[in-house]
Design a binder for this molecule. Sequence first.
Ligand SMILES: Nc1ncnc2c1ncn2[C@@H]1O[C@H](COP(=O)(O)OP(=O)(O)O)[C@@H](O)[C@H]1O
Ligand SMILES: [Mg+2]
Length: 364
Amino acid sequence: MKAATDAKVILQARGIVKDFPGQRALDDVDFDVRSGEVHALIGENGAGKSTLLKIIAGVYHADRGEILVDGYHCDITNPRESQALGLAFIHQELNIVPHLSVAENIFLGRYPRARFGLVSLAKMVESAQNVPNALNVGVDLRTLAQNLSVIQQWKMVINRALAQNSRIIFMDEPTSSLTHEEVNDLFRSITHLKERGTAVVYVSHRMEEIFHIADRVTVIKDAKKTGSANIGEMDSGKIYHMMLGRELKDVFPDREEPQKAVCLEVKNLSRGHVVKNVSFCLHRGGNSGNRRLGRIGPHRIGPSAFRGRPERLRGYSCQWRDGEYSIPWGRYSPPNRPGPGGATPGWAHSSHERQAKHYSRQSG
Ligand SMILES: Nc1ncnc2c1ncn2[C@@H]1O[C@H](COP(=O)(O)OP(=O)(O)O)[C@@H](O)[C@H]1O
Ligand SMILES: [Mg+2]
């Protein structure tokens, strides 16, 4: 062990490399966490964020690189060791036991014992009430975890981390299963943690969230760190560029951009009382913007446009679903985003293009 180099930094990961068979998941990644900060770790799906967390947690072992906690080199070989260092990890799949109470889940595996070695629920409830800085889960601590909402389960698991005296709580994609109100609730909880000196590493692929909550941001793209900065030095354009390697305007091109060939055109479509006089165009490789018609129900326009036979289209070129059109992935890719298997933007297979033209003529 070496002496501390920077008192403010709790954790440093340096030059982390991790290979999976046939794939490098992390390539020389540096990452550090300071006391009491909210540090967003952001990158597209598959960038390597969860792998970095699992290495710090001791779930995976890095092929190269080092981890320092409080400036000391630490060889974290399993999750118990990271927990002992004050690091808590809340992964996307919450580690909860549904048929146990909130109090029991908070002390999972670390039950306070009563006389004769029996687990005492009363003692656990009392201990759970006394966890320093604990969040208010909003339910009786005897409630079974299975009866909690997702945000209440998150708060319960955060309280477990606090009960373990964690100094850094890593949250992997916490908002992926939360409603809008629950996300705000979680942000308030994170602010509560920060104000009481607990650092939070907030992992996300949703850039807009981090401006609400983060003090600092580190971006990973294709296994490499592309940057790290205070949030005040960042804007969404910079972060998009670091995440995607291209400009925001290339991700969402200007409307004035020349339109591509029309593959479906619907004019003055009416159907009973449901659809009245609707027109739109679908361009090759483009998005009809039809999702903006949410209020009048594009899921109804779709079947109407195709003479009420949407199911015949399934597997060919278009489906209509939940108020927006979608085309089976792999056959169509949004602009500038190659699909799996190298599918190119636009109607990737000429047979699907023929089908689209065929149905387009029928409905014209
Ligand atoms: N256990 C594993 N075995 C093989 N490949 C993996 C494993 N875990 C992750 N990967 C791969 O490593 C890359 C990074 O994954 P991950 O860290 O989960 O990304 P992120 O969390 O940023 O979405 C991905 O391409 C993923 O497929
Ligand atoms: Mg992940």
